[in-house]
Design a protein around this ligand. Structure first.
Ligand SMILES: Nc1ncnc2c1ncn2[C@@H]1O[C@H](COP(=O)(O)OP(=O)(O)OP(=O)(O)O)[C@@H](O)[C@H]1O
Ligand code: SF4
Ligand SMILES: [Mg+2]
Ligand SMILES: [Zn+2]
Ligand SMILES: [Zn+2]
Ligand SMILES: [Zn+2]
Length: 473
């Protein structure tokens, strides 16, 4: 991928339980490109939610444990020299977007890009590719989410990555009005731009009072507020202003920024096409329907202008008509804001409708990943073939719906080798039961973790390897 915004590589997550260690993820690889919608699909318990939640440590740690892996997020920073105004260091862009490890030359710092050392040994840092691992060879600035401090992660959540969950009611606070819940997101993730607009509004009011003969007693107060907001602009993360919000009389200054936040919240609700948004602003979550609540959750998720939007089964709790409205809304919004979306579902029909690329998960591993069309028309992995074969087709007069035999394995004692081998009708015990298949590119842009398509491929016939559906059932 040329311009990935999120690269997850070899992610392993375990949970320590009284029964043993649940090996929930066993080396997950996922790439998400700019403005792309990637679907994560698989049976229940295969690790879809753990994959995305562990990126920003939303899993409980302990019992959860991130055993290994990298999760690189493209994250240019504001130029510290010019504070975003543009200078020689940032070449007028106001942001710094150069990899700290390779300084932009894209080569592995260990082997200097050769992939091996002078004695001929392969470089283990870059796995002999010679590419810088901190930026995946792009030369741009990426951060490893799994290495960030809790404070840095707080900045990522909501602004760089935001989430839409399955249950809107549990995502919203039932005792706080909607306006306040959306405003908070703006306050914590867009404070700088809020301060700029507030200062502009204050300047306008001061100019208006100067031009008229009435209200001149307000001028010193407004000038004092202007001074406060200028300070806030210089130190947007200062806790002093959050404290000031609670102090009687002093908290009056907050009204100006609150007005700005309310205006933006109203805009956000209009964007998600909520009927009568002015009334919804003052409503409590329990006064709204499921579809309206999910729209509010989407508005909150988009308020921070995220680079990656994670939608974890956002339509599962909704009825079918609302489901299709929400899906259409998400597609329209995606065109407007150019956010990458990771769409989690176990509904293949939704994947076909909204996703550009699909990763099929099975028992904590990625079985297959390719563009959506290829996965549906020419699935390679026996599990994907079975999944697509199991979609009910009303025009066919089948006595029994096709199914994949067996059930998802217990992840405390997962099967060795390929985790799918006890259920796979193509399994060859000699290799499938003992050797873990790695994700390899079987066709251009189509990667699959199955021995049929790697160096063991000669054990299967060409007919068996041919991409097709419904062979497992
Ligand atoms: N806190 C936890 N403690 C122990 N095991 C856990 C915990 N959270 C998740 N798991 C295990 O991790 C595995 C993956 O769970 P996950 O929630 O990611 O599944 P999922 O694919 O999202 O399923 P669904 O479609 O039902 O949401 C499951 O086997 C689950 O038992
Ligand atoms: S590796 Fe073997 S068991 Fe696993 S999916 Fe491929 S053929 Fe089936
Ligand atoms: Mg889940
Ligand atoms: Zn600069
Ligand atoms: Zn680099
Ligand atoms: Zn190297």
């Amino acid at each position: 991928m040329t311009d990935p915004v999120l690269v997850v590589h070899g992610l392993k997550v375990d949970f320590d339980t009284y029964d043993g260690i649940v090996k929930a993820l066993d080396g997950i690889d996922v790439d998400v490109g700019r403005g792309e919608t990637v679907g994560l699909v698989g049976e229940t318990g295969c690790g879809k939610s753990v994959t995305v939640n562990s990126l920003v440590k939303l899993i409980p740690i302990p019992p959860g444990r991130i055993a290994s892996g990298r999760a690189l997020l493209h994250w240019p920073i504001r130029c510290p020299d010019c504070r975003g105004k543009g200078c020689a260091r940032c070449q007028g862009t106001g942001t710094l977007d150069v990899c700290d490890a390779c300084r932009g030359d894209r080569k592995c710092a260990r082997c200097r890009g050769f992939g091996k050392y002078r004695d001929g040994k392969a470089c283990r840092t870059c796995e002999a590719t010679g590419r810088c691992t901190s930026c995946e060879g792009s030369g741009k600035r990426y951060v490893d989410l799994l290495q960030l401090s809790p404070k840095e992660l707080q900045q990522v959540r909501g602004s760089a990555m935001s989430f839409i969950f399955q249950e809107p009611m549990s995502a919203l606070n039932p005792v706080i009005p909607i306006a306040e819940q959306i405003s908070e997101t703006f306050y914590y993730h867009q404070r700088e731009s809020l301060v700029q607009s507030t200062l502009a509004a204050l300047d306008q009011e001061i100019a208006r009072i100067r031009g008229s003969e009435r209200g001149s007693w307000r001028l010193p107060i407004l000038r004092f507020y202007r001074q406060l907001y200028r300070r806030m602009g210089e130190k947007p993360n200062s806790r002093f202003f959050q404290f000031l919000r609670r102090v009687p009389l002093m908290r009056r200054y907050h009204r100006w920024i609150a007005r700005e936040m309310r205006a933006r919240s109203l805009e956000a609700l209009k964007k998600v096409r909520i009927p009568s948004p002015e009334n919804v602003l003052d409503a409590y979550p329990y006064e709204l329907s499921g579809g309206m609540m999910q729209r509010v959750v989407i508005a909150i998720a988009l308020a921070g202008n995220p680079k990656v939007l994670i939608a974890d089964e956002p339509t599962t709790a909704l009825d079918v008509t609302i489901q299709s409205q929400i899906l259409r809304l998400m597609q329209d919004l995606k065109q407007d804001i150019q956010t990458a979306i990771v769409f989690i579902t176990h509904d293949l029909a939704i994947i076909a409708q909204v996703c550009d690329r699909v990763s099929v998960m099975y028992a904590g591993t990625i079985a297959e990943t390719a563009d959506a069309r290829s996965v549906f028309q020419a699935p390679l992995h026996p599990y994907t073939r079975g999944l697509i074969g199991a979609i009910p087709r009303p025009h066919r007069d089948a006595p029994r719906l096709p199914e994949i035999k067996g059930s998802v394995p217990n992840l405390i004692t997962p099967p060795g080798g390929c985790r799918f081998h006890p259920r796979c009708k193509f399994a060859k015990p000699a290799v499938c039961g003992s050797e873990k298949p790695l994700l390899v590119e079987a066709l251009p842009g189509h990667r699959v973790a199955c021995h049929m398509y790697n160096h063991n491929g000669h054990l299967w016939t060409e007919a068996e390897k041919k991409p097709q559906v419904e062979v497992v059932a």
